[in-house]
Design a protein around this ligand. Structure first.
Ligand code: 6PG
Length: 255
C-alpha cells in the first residue's frame, strides 16, 4: 500500500558521475547563504565512505575559492571512538580529503576528542564544547547551519542505530553509541540535535541503499526501527540527495 502524503522535503536524483559535484555545489550555496545571513557557517560533517569525494571537491578550485573558510566552523555529526590517526576515524577522513588540502585557508575545526577515558566522557565533553562554541542556552539545541548525513543499509544515520536507547532520553546533544553488529563505540549527535539544524542534507548513493531509501521516505516504520526516519521531524528543512541507484524505488515510496 502506498501511503501518499504531502511532501515538504526536497529530493534531488542525480546521475552517479555528477553526484559528488552536485552535492558539493549545494554545500557551497548553503555555506555562503549562512555567511551572508549570519556572518558565519557551521557545518556538522558526515562520516562514512560517501562524503570523501565531496570533501575533496570542496578543497579544490573552483569551489575552494568560493567559500570564505575563515568564517566556517566544522563539527562532526558522529565519530568512531578511535584515535584520530586510526583509519576508521572520521576526523582522519576529513583531514585527508579536506583539511590537508586547504593550505592557508583556516576554518575553525572542532573534532571529537577521542583521547578521553570513555565514550561517555567523550560524548559529554563534545556536548560541552558545542554548548560553549555555539552559545547554546541550557536545554537548547545548537542550530548548525548545515547537517550532512549519510544513511546506512539498516536505516541508521550519524551513529543513531536501530533501537538506540537515545530515543528514550531526548535531552542531550551528544551520546555514546554502540555499533549493533561490530560492537565498536561511537560518539554521535542525538536525533534532536541533528534535526535542529537549519538545513539537513541526506547524501545517499548506491543501489544497495534503494530499498532502505524507499522504506524511510515512506516514513511509516517509526524512528527506532529506521532512525533516518527522524527526517520527518522537520521535513521542510531536509533535502535528500540521491544518486540514481539509491533512488531506484523512490516513486513507489512517494505514492
Ligand atoms: C559513519 C557515518 C554513518 C554513515 C552511513 C553511510 O560514521 O559511518 O556517520 O552514518 O554516514 O553509515 O555510510 P557510507 O557513506 O559509507 O555508505
Amino acid at each position: 500500500m502506498n501511503t501518499t502524503r504531502n511532501y515538504e522535503y526536497s529530493l534531488e536524483i542525480i546521475e552517479p558521475k555528477l553526484f559528488s559535484s552536485a552535492v558539493a555545489d549545494e554545500i557551497v550555496a548553503s555555506v555562503n547563504e549562512a555567511i551572508s545571513e549570519r556572518g558565519r557557517a557551521t557545518i556538522a560533517l558526515s562520516g562514512g565512505s560517501t562524503p570523501g569525494a565531496i570533501y575533496r571537491l570542496l578543497a579544490m578550485p573552483p569551489r575552494v575559492d568560493e567559500i570564505d573558510w575563515s568564517k566556517v566552523a566544522l563539527y562532526w555529526g558522529d565519530e568512531r571512538w578511535v584515535s584520530q590517526d586510526d583509519n576508521q576515524s572520521n576526523y582522519r577522513m576529513v583531514q585527508e580529503t579536506l583539511l590537508s588540502q586547504l593550505g592557508e585557508r583556516q576554518p575553525k575545526v572542532y573534532p571529537v576528542d577521542t583521547s578521553l577515558d570513555s565514550p561517555e566522557a567523550t560524548a559529554a565533553a563534545y556536548e560541552s564544547l558545542i554548548r560553549e562554541t555555539e552559545k547554546c542556552k541550557a536545554g537548547a539545541m545548537p542550530e548548525f547551519d548545515l547537517m550532512l548525513l549519510g544513511m546506512g543499509e539498516d536505516g541508521h544515520t550519524a551513529s543513531i542505530f536501530p533501537d538506540s536507547p537515545v530515543f528514550e532520553s531526548e535531552t542531550g546533544i551528544c551520546f555514546a553509541a554502540k555499533h549493533p553488529t561490530d560492537g565498536t563505540m561511537r560518539i554521535s549527535l542525538s536525533p534532536q540535535a541533528v534535526m535542529a539544524a537549519r538545513q539537513i542534507l541526506f547524501i545517499v548513493k548506491g543501489e544497495s541503499k534503494a530499498e532502505m531509501v524507499e522504506r524511510v521516505l515512506r516514513g511509516n516504520e517509526g524512528e527506532k526501527a529506521l532512525p533516518s526516519s527522524i527526517y520527518r521531524r522537520a521535513e521542510s528543512r531536509v533535502s535528500w540527495f540521491l544518486d540514481s541507484g539509491a533512488a531506484l524505488r523512490v516513486e513507489s515510496a512517494r505514492g
